[in-house]
Design a protein around this ligand. Sequence first.
Ligand code: 5GP
Ligand code: ZN
Length: 114
Amino acid sequence: MDPNCLFCKIGAKQIPAKLVYEDDDVFAFEDINPQAPTHILICPKKHFVALHDAGAGDQALLGKLQLVAAKLATERNLLSGYRTVFNNGSGAGQSVFHLHLHLLGGRNFRWPPG
Ligand code: 5GP
Ligand code: ZN
């Protein structure tokens, strides 16, 4: 845990959030500023700055983030169209530097993203 990290603090329940999933490795919560009817952030409990901060030993954990997204998308009847996104680096729009997978659904999406 990084004591200066917002999402580490949410994972440790030091800062409140609407938690929607948790297991030993992962937690997921509602985004405070949702960009779609469903907008959930899925995080590893282990602190990574971004995807390029992970290594070969993190392969299963990274896969788990996507599988948790698929489970939540299924439970919420989003299978006609949902998006999973990692923003890596400020140039890609990352604003919280603890790796998180966005799960967005419940509306139509354009491509390419802005
Ligand atoms: P990023 O821009 O890093 O890809 O995504 C960060 C996301 O975290 C944004 O969508 C933003 O709305 C969300 N966020 C920032 N601070 C908080 C917070 O304190 N609580 C929650 N639930 N979401 C937050
Ligand atoms: Zn963190």
